[in-house]
Design a protein around this ligand. Structure first.
Ligand SMILES: *Cc1c(COP(=O)(O)O)cnc(C)c1O
Length: 394
């Protein structure tokens, strides 16, 4: 829901752009803090969801750590003054340069995804006379029941160390003197709305912990990753994800050993709802079945629909505002029509939605894509030599 003042701001600002409602972000972070602190859980923010400076500054100010998946994200986290002892670094393909940078930055933990990687980190740490703290990213073989492109915790996925490799990994660790095992790490996927997936994860983590106990290996930190989903269909009624149920579930089902700390890495759930992609209608083009509403924003600004058929709620704010005015002044409200809402990019997949119900839409109307704060601006690109997308803030 946008106020008239915000809609007027959209009308007077050159499109397309991302709009961030920083109050929504702050309220979301407060809820994350209040619910996680009930159980002394430690929360990291996954920078890859949105690395906009303004957003990062607010996240950091709320005392949340940084979860990075590239050397440049580690650099960004250091530059934004996330405490070095609160930076974790995951990823299946860490380059030597990235590992060296993270070693020099004295980050909290590398989340390691293979035996091969453990050997390389050990060698690079040895050359610097350092000890790298690592967590083993274990593939728990738990189905996240989400889109196949954002499922990461199944054996067939490229991520993590598989359960049957644990014996070998533990033997290898005994020979690596510049590595210290400080934890276990899991991340089963993204946009998870079925809470039973997280329960399955907890039960699997308990089993895996049992294995480590039976091998007399002490685990200080358990990192259960991120993945909590958001409501793309009804953002106005679910602006803040259900962190209460989410954190309580881990409290109820994880069996912790004395002194163990639990870490989370949330991305989407923190930033998705505060962001909106704002565009203008360039043309209404007659089609065979439905007309096309051609926007000045496309897959170059918001790639999720083209990349994994993601849904974003689409609204015509000009029509909504006019309708309010008409209602208040007693005239007929406009009728709904179906449009294929598309961008200007030369790809057929540059489509935000097919047969979308919108009030009668015209050239110049402000059309927004909701819930675009996560995996939106960060994935924007210059294909077709498009300008870099701008951001404005509440
Ligand atoms: C992407 C990612 C996250 C964040 O996922 P969300 O679904 O945005 O919460 C957390 N941890 C790791 C290792 C990731 O790759």
């Amino acid at each position: 829901m946008f106020t008239t003042a915000v809609i007027n701001k959209f009308k007077s600002t050159p499109t397309p752009f991302y709009y961030y409602d920083l109050d929504v972000l702050k309220q979301t972070l407060q809820k994350v803090k209040s619910e996680s602190s009930k159980y002394n859980f430690i929360v990291h923010y996954a920078l890859k969801a949105n690395a906009n400076n303004e957003v990062l500054e607010i996240v950091r100010a709320n005392g949340i750590g940084a979860d990075c998946v590239s050397g440049n994200e580690v650099k960004k986290a250091v530059e934004c003054k996330f405490g070095r002892s609160h930076i974790v670094f995951a990823g299946v393909g860490k380059s030597d340069e990235e590992i060296n940078y993270a070693l020099d930055s004295d980050i909290f933990c590398f989340n390691c995804e293979s035996k091969e990687e453990l050997e390389i980190i050990n060698g690079l740490a040895n050359a610097k006379n350092k000890t790298a703290s690592i967590a083993l990213r274990i593939n728990p073989n738990v189905n996240a029941n989400t889109h196949k492109y954002i499922t990461t915790g199944l054996e067939e996925n490229k991520f993590g160390i598989n359960l049957w490799e644990l014996d070998d990994v533990v033997k290898l660790l005994e020979t690596l003197s510049n590595i210290k095992l400080i934890g276990l790490h899991f991340h089963i996927g993204s946009q998870i709305t079925d809470m039973s997936s997280f329960k399955s994860l907890c039960l699997r983590v308990n089993e895996i912990q049992g294995w480590f106990v039976s091998h007399k290996i002490h685990i200080e930190n358990v990192n259960v990753g991120g993945g909590l989903g958001v409501d793309y269909h009804d953002p106005d009624n679910h602006m803040i994800p259900d962190f209460e149920t989410y954190f309580k579930l881990f409290h109820d089902f994880l069996e912790l050993r004395p002194g163990q700390k639990v870490h989370f890495e949330l991305g989407r759930a923190i930033v998705a709802q505060c962001g909106t992609l704002v565009s203008k209608v360039l043309y209404i083009k007659k089609g065979v079945n439905t007309n096309f509403a051609i926007l000045d924003a496309g897959m170059t600004e918001l790639m999720r629909p083209a990349l994994y058929q993601a849904y974003h709620k689409i609204e015509n704010l000009t029509a909504i505002a006019d309708e309010k005015w008409e209602k208040e002044n007693g005239s007929e409200s406009s009728f709904m029509q179906k449009y294929d809402v598309v961008g200007p990019i030369c790809e057929s997949s540059d489509c935000f939605g097919k047969a979308v119900n919108l009030p009668e839409t015209s050239r110049g109307d402000i059309v927004v894509l909701r819930t675009a704060g996560a995996y939106g601006e960060v994935m924007s690109n210059g294909y077709n030599l498009r300008d870099k997308v701008k951001a404005v803030y509440s």
